[in-house]
Design a protein around this ligand. Structure first.
Ligand code: ADP
Ligand code: MG
Length: 686
């Protein structure tokens, strides 16, 4: 192809090589084995595409100017249909011959009870005979490409040409024993069938083979990292459960640990005496008590002569942790310091000294911790809170602060579906806190329409009269930011009218306020002076106001499931019954309705995350900015192909057990190919 089209193909679809094109798969197929009878097509037979074999009875040009069109009348013996073209008239006129028979393909429509097809594809029966496959792939394309002859059909033609050139050069990428044990179709056959399926069964097998390969490649990377880490045996050993841990456990714990907290502490302890470096993901819903687990793990490190640090995503959270630790530890001889962007140079120096001489046991901070000047004497344990806010890069910079890698605990409140965790965090062991501290009542969730607003206000009044506080959250979706702020401002004004001073106090917090004002407004809510806080969805992660018992989410249909669940987690922290009210418009898409009803039905974050993954599919999970995962999945879907993810992981484990060094060149290449693409940005999980 010419340079210009090649350039556009690269720019629009990222296709630069023959291999790229070979791995550019159709997103759907149309079955061209079936020829319909015109008489069988009725208005409610709801066919998306039909194929006719019919003779052209007459061709005519109608209308003038922009209404100019070609209309052809065709018949197949069972009935007649009209074919209409509005564009490319000159070419159509030349090619279309009255009296000849054509294979006609297109979307059926009805006009005056008459079957009609606009812009059908026309081919001679002889040409159709020569097609490589009866199921024709439909390739995604863009408007720009369509403009240069690379519409769906143009790309199909290109793939046909490519196939002739490439077919005999396609070498198998998976080892023979694996192919056999997994019952996989050979690569060449799979690629042929993904582009030109022989039949639906062969297509299914081809898809399976290609999905398996992709997921296996990724698993080979993550599993071999893990096997390597465990084999190195260079983990710090925390052999003692010493005096500070015990003194804390016996004398400072304000409550009994939940069973789940105890289990996770045991898991961490087992790792820390194993001689292998721990890499553990701790999942637990908001309020499940992860911070305490982190603190006690760090005491374990301290008793063994190691320093720890905990990194939080925001300054507010870091301060909150620092205050919590100081309060819980009381007079125990544990030195805790706080390091953030606003730590003064003088304080900083003192902290640096304490880190270097080993007298600081626990350092709490933000990403300021990864600054180069921070040097520990013996960093043994690292905690990363709400990890999705940090990039991999930042994480690994913490690791390198030691010659020997510290144990790492990554904490997240966002439940991650099992298969996603296996893929994103394949190298991590997973612990789960699945029990909330006692006395918490599950949040009750309701879905209300805009038309129910007065009832909702009445409910808020009752709650406020009972001494509770209320959040009202507005979506903030970049792209229409101006509108979003207007929504929020209008909402704030409306609420102030409904809840007027002096009886009520409504406050507001959002990103456009000056830091000082924001802080002040936040304080009026925390201290209980304000009854209602109007905010954007970016209310600080982890903000803790136990007296707030109602979360109203405006335009809830505009939020994703995991975000709704996160927001709901802001209430239900005290002993009172809490409520989450999802406000939406009256017209909802099917998907939005499904999201909202799932929220009403369950509080189970894992169930919601699975559903979220299924609803969004991998279209949203791969390659897109929003997802932030650049696993370049071309065909597998982490939501729908979970069974294949599991099989691929098993297979990767088996292969690595048998051949830890991956001496098989096919496997080495496979790992190489997929690890090069693996770059995770944790923003997916926010
Ligand atoms: P998260 O998992 O969201 O980080 P936190 O660690 O902040 O949760 O804990 C939420 C609240 O629950 C805190 O006020 C904490 O003191 C309290 N808490 C933690 N563990 C327990 C427990 N076992 N029993 C009672 N309250 C607990
Ligand atoms: Mg927390």
């Amino acid at each position: 192809m010419g340079e210009r089209r090649a350039m556009l193909l690269r720019k629009e679809l990222g296709i630069a090589t023959m291999r790229d094109l070979l791995y550019y798969f159709p997103h759907r197929y149309v079955d061209r084995t079936k020829v319909h009878r015109i008489a069988d097509i009725t208005e409610d037979s709801a066919q998306t595409y039909i194929q006719l074999r019919a003779r052209v009875e007459s061709v005519g040009i109608h209308g003038d100017g922009r209404k100019r069109r070609i209309v052809a009348l065709v018949s197949d013996g069972s009935g007649t249909a009209e074919l209409v073209w509005f564009a490319g008239l000159r070419g159509i006129e030349k090619r279309l011959e009255a009296g000849r028979e054509y294979i006609i393909f297109g979307r059926p429509g009805f006009f005056n009870n008459e079957l009609s097809i606009v812009h059908p594809e026309m081919e001679s029966p002889a040409a159709v005979q020569k097609r490589p496959s009866a199921m024709q792939g439909v390739y995604g394309t863009t408007e720009t490409l369509t403009g240069v002859g690379l519409g769906a059909k143009g790309i199909y033609a290109l793939v046909c040409t490519l196939w002739e050139l490439a077919e005999k050069h396609i070498a198998e990428t998976l080892p023979e024993p694996l192919m056999r044990s997994e019952g996989l179709m050979p690569l060449r056959e799979a690629l042929r069938n993904i582009h030109f399926p022989e039949n639906p069964e062969a297509l299914g097998k081809a898809q399976y083979r290609l999905k398996f390969e992709e997921l296996f490649g990724i698993q080979l990377g993550v599993v071999s990292q893990r096997v390597g880490r465990l084999a190195r045996g260079d983990g710090f050993v925390f052999a003692r459960v010493g005096e500070r841990f015990n003194a804390f456990y016996n004398g400072h714990l304000p409550f009994e640990l939940t069973e789940a907290q105890k289990r996770v502490l045991k898991e961490i302890h087992a790792d820390a005496v194993s001689g292998r470096q721990m890499n553990r993901l701790l999942q637990g819903d908001v309020g499940s008590g992860k911070t305490l687990v982190a603190l006690m793990s760090m005491l374990l490190a301290a008793d063994n002569g190691y320093q720890s640090c905990i990194m939080a995503p925001t300054e507010i959270l870091a301060r909150q942790h620092f205050a919590t630790f100081r309060r819980l530890l009381g007079d125990l001889p544990v030195r805790v310091e706080l390091l953030t962007g606003s730590t003064t140079a003088k304080q900083r120096r003192t902290i640096h000294e304490g880190l270097a001489d080993g007298s600081v046991d626990i350092l709490v901070g933000t990403h300021a911790l990864v600054e180069d000047a921070v040097r520990f004497e013996r960093l043994g344990f690292v905690v990363i809170d709400e990890q999705h806010r940090f990039g991999v890069e930042q994480r690994s910079r913490l690791w390198t602060k030691n010659r020997q890698p510290p144990h790492v605990l990554v904490m997240t409140a966002t439940p991650i579906p099992r298969t996603l965790a296996m893929t994103l965090y394949g190298d991590l062991d997973v612990s789960v806190i699945d029990v909330l501290p006692p006395g918490r009542k599950p949040v009750k969730t309701f879905h209300q329409r805009d038309s129910d607003r007065l009832r909702v206000f009445g409910f808020l009044r009752d709650q406020i009269a009972a001494g509770r506080q209320v959040y009202v959250v507005y979506p903030l979706i970049t792209g229409s930011e101006k509108m979003d702020y207007k929504d929020l401002e209008d909402g704030f004004n409306a609420l102030t009218q409904q809840f007027p001073p002096p009886d009520y106090h409504v406050t507001v917090v959002h990103g456009r306020l000056r830091a000082a004002v924001k802080e002040e407004n936040m304080q009026t809510f925390k201290s209980g002076v304000a009854h209602i806080m109007v905010a954007t969805s970016v209310i600080e992660v982890g903000v803790d106001v136990p007296n707030a018992s109602v979360m109203v989410i405006e335009s809830a249909e505009r939020f994703g499931l995991s975000q709704l669940h996160q927001l709901r987690g802001r209430v239900g922290r005290g002993a009172e019954q809490s409520y989450c009210i999802l406000m939406s418009g009256d017209k909802l898409s099917r998907e939005a309705r499904e999201r909202l009803s799932a929220m009403v039905r369950t509080n189970d974050g894992f169930e919601l995350s699975e559903l979220d993954l299924r609803l969004r599919g991998s279209g949203d999970l791969t390659g897109t900015q929003q997802s932030g995962i650049a696993f370049d999945l071309k065909i597998a879907n982490l939501g729908r192909d979970s069974a294949i993810v599991e099989r691929a992981r098993e297979a990767a484990l088996a292969v690595l057990n048998a051949d830890p060094a991956l001496s098989d060149p096919l496997l080495a290449t496979m790992r190489q190919r997929y690890s090069a693409k693996k770059e995770i940005d944790f923003s997916l999980i926010s």
